[in-house]
Design a protein around this ligand. Sequence first.
Ligand code: TYD
Ligand code: MG
Length: 451
Amino acid sequence: MAKSKEVFICQNCGASSPKWQGQCAGCGEWNTLLAEVQSARPRSGRAGAKGARADASTTLSAQASHEQPRLATGSAELDRVLGGGLVPGSVTLIGGDPGIGKSTLMLQAAAALNPLGTVLYATGEESLKQVALRARRLGLEAAACRLVAETCVETIVAAATELRARALIVDSIQTMYSERIEAAPGAVSQLRECTAELVRFAKTVGTAVLLVGHVTKEGQIAGPRVLEHMVDTVLYFESDTGSRFRVLRSVKNRFGAANEIGVFAMLETGLREVTNPSAIFLSRHKQPVSGSVITVMREGTRSLLIEVQVLADASLGANPRRVSVGIDSNRLTMLLAVAHRHAGLALPGQDIFANVVGGVRLTETAADLAIVMAARSSLRDVPLPNSLIAFGELGLAGEIRPVPFGEERLREAAKHGFKLALVPEANVPKRSPEGMTVRGVTRLAQALEAF
Ligand code: TYD
Ligand code: MG
C-alpha cells in the first residue's frame, strides 16, 4: 500500500513544514505555503544501496577518454553561451519572461539539431497546430524533428526513449506533471519530481535535455532555486521592453564559463544572431552631450561598449531623489558620496537620475569611473569628447583601482574608433592599441580634472 502524507511546501523556497503557517520559516515570505501530498510510492526497477559493489566505481582517466563531442545547435550564439555546444546527457534550463522568445529559440534549435539525431519537442503549452504555425513563420516547416503535445513526464520520457532521441525539449517545465506526485502542475513538489525524472533520464541515456522555465515577477525561475541546483546549466533570456534585441545569459554552467552572453535580434522570421554585438547598445550622439560617458563592460569572454547617462537636475522637494535604472542604487549613492568627499562634487538639492542605455544592467564595478564622470559632466553641463571611453573601480578612499581584462577592453574600444581612454594606472598597457591614447589615473580628483 502506498502511504500518502500531506505536507506544506513553500512555493518560494521549497522548504517543507508539517503544518500550515502564515510565514515560511525558511525564507520569511508570507502566504507561500501550499498543501501538497507526498506519496511514498517506491520507484520501480531501481536497485537499493545493497546493489553497490566496488567494481561499480571507475577511474577519472577511463571516463575522460570517451568524452562525447558536443552537439552544435545551429546558432553560434547559443553554442557560445552553452560553452561550445550542447553536451550529451546534460540538462539545461532556459528561463525568461513570457513572450521573450524561448519557444522560438527552442524550435530553431530543434530544427538545427535534428540532422544530428532525433529531436523530440514536447509542448505542454501550445497545441501541435500552434507549434506548426510558428514553424511555418520561421521557415522550418520541413524540419524533421518530432513533436508531442503532452504534459506527463513519464509519457514524454518513454517517447524519447523509444525514439532514441539525441535531444529532448520540454516546453515548459511548469506545465509538466509526474504520476508519482498528486500536486497540481507547477507546484514545487511537481517541478522537483519532473525535473528529477528528466535529469535521471538524461544521465542514464545520454540525451541532452532542454527545459523551458517561466520567470516570476521577481525575475527568478518560478518554482524557486531548487531547479537551478538540479540542472547542469541555467540560461536566462532577457531584453529591454520594446527592444528587439535579446540577451541570453548563462548564470550557471557546469560545462563552460558562467556569465557568458549571446545576443539575438527578434525579427519577423524568428531569432537572428547578432555576431558582433559590442556596439549595438550605443546611441552614437553626433555632437558631444553632457552627462553621457561610454564605458567597456566585460560579459563572460566578451567586451561590450555601454553608454552610461546621468542627469542632475535641481530638486523641487526637500529630499532629492536618486533614481537609477540598470545601476545598483546603493552603488550609485556610494559613488556620489565618494565623488563629494574626494573630488568636491557637491550635489545638494540635486535630483540624480542614472541610466544605462539599451536596458543593459551593469554588473561590474568597472563602470564606477564612467558613472561619476557622467554625473560631473551633467552637473557642470560640460560635455566630454565623444571619442572617449572610461573604466575603473572606485574605492571609498577616492582611489581608482584596476579592473580585470583592461587590455581586452581597450582593444574593443579602439576597434570601434574610440581615440581616448581614461583608465586605472595599473591597466595602462605597455603598448596602446593603434590610434588610441590611453591615460592612467590613480585618484578620482585627478580623473575628473583630466577633462
Ligand atoms: P515565444 O517564443 O512564443 O516566447 P516564449 O516562449 O518565451 O513565451 O515568442 C513569442 C514572441 O515573439 C511574440 O510576441 C511574437 C514574437 N515573434 C516574432 O517577432 N517573430 C517570430 O518569427 C516569432 C516566431 C515570434
Ligand atoms: Mg513559449
